[in-house]
Each structure stands twice: as C-alpha cells, then as structure tokens.
Design a protein around this ligand. Structure first.
Ligand code: SF4
Length: 466
C-alpha cells in the first residue's frame, strides 16, 4: 500500500464535493500541465457515471474549467468563481497555458449518462489541433480529491520510507505497544518523513484556521443556498440565539465568546450542530473548506474539534495537532483498506469515515489509549454501516448538511463509550469494521452511490430546477 500523509486526507479546498469538484479540478490542472509546450486549438471534456449524473449539482463542469485556467482550489478567491465561469460562458473563450481557444461549456463539456467499467467517477480530456488529437487522458476521481490517471500508479512520485508503516489498526496498535508512544506521537514520527517540523506546524495551523474560518463565515452568512432546492442557511440563526445576537470582528474573537457561552448540555449540543451546519452550508455555496476526508462530510471534524476546543480542557495548538494526527491516520486506514468515495461506498464512506476519524481524534486528546482511539473509531463507523448516498437534486445539501451534525454527535458518543469502556472487552475490532464497510460498499446497489437515483433523491416529490 502507498504511504499516505495525514495531509493527503486533510486538504484545503472549495465546495461542494471532493470527488466531483476537487478531483476533476485537479485532473484538469494536471491535463493543462501536460499540455504545456503543445499546440492545440480545441479541448473537450467527457464526464461519465456519477460525475455526469450529479455533476451539475456538484459543480463538476465549473471545476474542470477552473482547472484548465490554472486556478488552484487552495488559493482561488472563491468570490471570483461565478464571475470567471460566467465570463467563459459569455465569451466562449478559455485561456489555457496562455493560449486563448474557443470553448463553449455547453457543447465542449459532455455529460454521459453511463459509467465506464473502471470506476463510477471517470472523466477524460481531449486536446486537438486542426482536428487531430494531440493529447487525450482519462482520470478516475477516487474520492476525497484523490485522482488517478489511467495507466499510472495513484501516487507515482511518492518515494518515502516511513519508520512506522501503518496499513491497519493492528499495525498502529503494534507500533504503540512496541514503542510506548501514543497514536499521535507515532503519526508525527511518520509525518516527519514527509515534511519538516516547521512545515507540519504550518500545515496544521492552516488546516485549523481554514476550518475555523469556514465555521465563522457560515455562522454569519444568511440566505438561500444555490441550486434551486430553496434550502435556507440555518447556522446563522442558531449562532445568533446562542450568542444573543452578538457580532465579532473576526473568528478568533468569536471563538473566545463561544468558549465563554453557556455550557449546559442543550447549548453544547446546539453548538455542535451549528458548527457542522455552518461548514456544510459554506461547502454547498462553493465556499472554502477543508476536505476531511471529503467535502460532503467536511463539517464533522471541525464540529468535534471546536467542541473539544471550546468546551473541554485543551492545550491549544499542540492538542489540535494531536487531534488532526490521530484522526488523519484513521482516515488513511479507511482510504487504504476500503474507500472514502461515496460513488464507490455510499455515505458510510463520507460521513461514516469522518465520524470515525473525529471519534479517534477526540479520544486521543481526551487522554485515551491507542486501543481506545481505535475502539472509538470502530464504534462510530459501526453505526454508519450501510448508509446510502442519495443527494437530492444532485446537490450536496439534503441530506448532506444535517448528516454532518449527526456524524459529529455520533463521534462524540463513540469517544465517550470508548473512554468509559475496556477495549479488551470489545467484540468487534477496528479492522473488522473497516473490512465490513468495504464488503458493504461492494454489495450496495449502485443507485445508492451518489447517482441521485435512489433514496431521498428519488422520493423528493418536486425536482428543483437546477
Ligand atoms: S449523501 Fe453523504 S455521501 Fe452523498 S453527497 Fe451527501 S454527504 Fe456526501
């Protein structure tokens, strides 16, 4: 198995979907780079399977155009996205590697209502010069923003030998047993082989600040989400009630106020939902979020992390790092042994994995042993097994936004159960639930895998005009 860094799992991105927005965006960037130095006068994009069926609601067409322009999801000003997309539509021109070509999104992006055999999320790019194909590549968007160019290994340039290779929960447990180190300490030793300490500190603080700012923006933005379902933003109303309408200069000031606010069970429970809804409302509006491990599930980890930060004793950035290290490693194990793609495994692969990650991270910072960290992750996933992906209207709104609040609450409950239990008494171990999730993914009917052809997506009485 390819070694993975926790920063492969945690990526700064743009909503609404990691597999349908971020992955295709990265594939387009890669295709643009591969076109460098070549002469061409036409580009076509073909979207297949789930990328086609929910691609319009998931902004796949917009993502590939932004990628071909060379704009990076990590740094693009999200406010300029619609302006840029409208400009391409109106001028029918696209600037790729400094060359202006005729490009009409309505006719040059093709949505094929069937899947190719390799993967449910496949897209291909074709560049031509005077009718002759000069470059044609096919990519698989395999979940969480990861892409695979057909014919190449997934992480082809990665050459790293980790001191503590981790391919399963058992590996992690053995490393902890043999060294006496906790989960986050083991993960840190591995991460030091991907980047230096300063780089790790910088990356974790960027991840935390991006999560915090996505919650803050969501808590102070009102209105209706785009896409035609008429879904109203709710985080702002909850935040307003909990803070009695107070406003703040920035996210840090707001966070201090949250920490000092009422901490009875009901209020804390509302805060957790508020944090999760805020992130996924931002995600649905193509805002900046942290893919963790996917965009549809991007609210779970910030909600649990801010719950810990605001309402439990914490040691600031060192605890945030520990949380991200432990939770990120849980995500890596799911990616290696099962899937983090809803098009492959349904919503158990998104909300289920994020909930298991958050449960593990929270247990680590609350002082759990490595076995309790794994037990918490196991419990959280156990109660998401079989959860289908049925986004109404192909948008990442219903049931997705509320599912993040539910995933966060389950993560906290799973952590509490693990911390008050004895892992030696557990009948189901973490690796068993990972395998079960993968088995379930393979047996799940395809209509429940991000096609909008089953479940709530099928039963919505009036389809929106997206
Ligand atoms: S239903 Fe779950 S997996 Fe599907 S798009 Fe929504 S959050 Fe993602």
């Amino acid at each position: 198995m390819e070694p993975l860094s926790i920063f492969d799992i945690y990526k700064i991105g743009v909503g609404p979907s990691s597999s349908h927005t971020l992955g295709p965006w990265k594939a387009a960037l890669r295709f643009k780079d591969d076109l460098s130095g070549k002469t061409f006068d036409k580009i076509e994009i073909h979207l297949y399977g789930s990328l086609s069926k929910t691609g319009k609601g998931h902004a796949t067409g917009k993502a590939v155009q932004l990628g071909l322009l060379g704009l990076e999801p990590e740094t693009i000003s999200v406010e300029t996205i619609e302006i840029t997309i409208n400009q391409i539509r109106d001028t029918k021109q696209l600037n790729v590697n400094g060359k202006l070509i005729v490009f009409d999104p309505a006719t040059d992006i093709h949505f094929h209502n069937y899947a190719l055999p390799d993967h449910p999320n496949t897209l291909s790019f074709k560049a031509e010069e005077k009718g002759m194909v000069i470059l044609e590549d096919t990519y698989l968007s395999v979940g969480g923003g990861f892409i695979l160019k057909v014919g190449e290994p997934e992480l082809k340039d990665r050459k790293v030998n980790l001191p503590f290779p981790i391919n399963s929960g058992l590996d992690l447990d053995n490393h902890c047993k043999n060294t006496g180190l906790g989960v986050s300490a083991i993960v840190l030793e591995n991460e030091l082989h991907f980047r230096d300490r300063q780089g790790i500190d910088q990356a974790t603080s960027e991840i935390f600040n991006t999560m915090l700012n996505s919650v803050f923006r969501g808590c102070y933005t009102e209105g209706v989400l785009p896409g035609g379902l008429n879904v109203k933003r709710r985080a702002k109303g909850i935040n307003q009630k909990l803070l009695s309408g107070a406003t703040f200069q920035d996210a840090d000031e707001w966070l201090e106020a949250v920490k000092k606010s009422s901490n009875d069970f009901d209020s804390i429970n509302r805060w957790i939902s508020c944090f999760a809804l805020a992130v996924n409302e931002e995600n649905a509006a193509m805002g900046r979020i942290v893919t963790s491990p996917t965009n549809g599930a991007a609210g779970v980890i910030p909600a649990v992390l801010l719950y810990y930060y605001c309402f439990c004793k914490n040691k600031g950035m060192s605890d945030i790092q520990k949380f991200l290290f432990a939770s990120g490693e849980i995500g890596c194990i799911f990616k290696k042994n099962a899937t983090i793609s809803a098009a492959v495994g349904g919503c158990q692969a998104e909300i289920g994995v994020s909930s298991a990650m958050a449960a593990g991270g929270l247990t680590e910072v609350l002082g759990g042993t490595d076995k309790q960290v794994l037990m918490a992750a196991e419990i959280a996933m156990e109660h998401h097994l079989g959860m289908t992906c049925d986004p109404v209207g192909g948008l990442v709104q219903i049931p997705c936004i509320e599912r993040n609040a539910m995933g966060a609450i389950k993560a906290i409950t799973a952590s509490n159960l693990a911390l008050s239990g004895n892992p030696a008494d557990a009948v189901i171990i973490f690796d068993t639930v990972v395998k079960t999730m993968w088995d379930t993914a393979q047996e799940m009917n395809v209509k429940y895998k991000e096609t909008s052809e089953g479940g709530l997506a099928f039963n919505l009485p009036v389809m929106p005009n997206c």
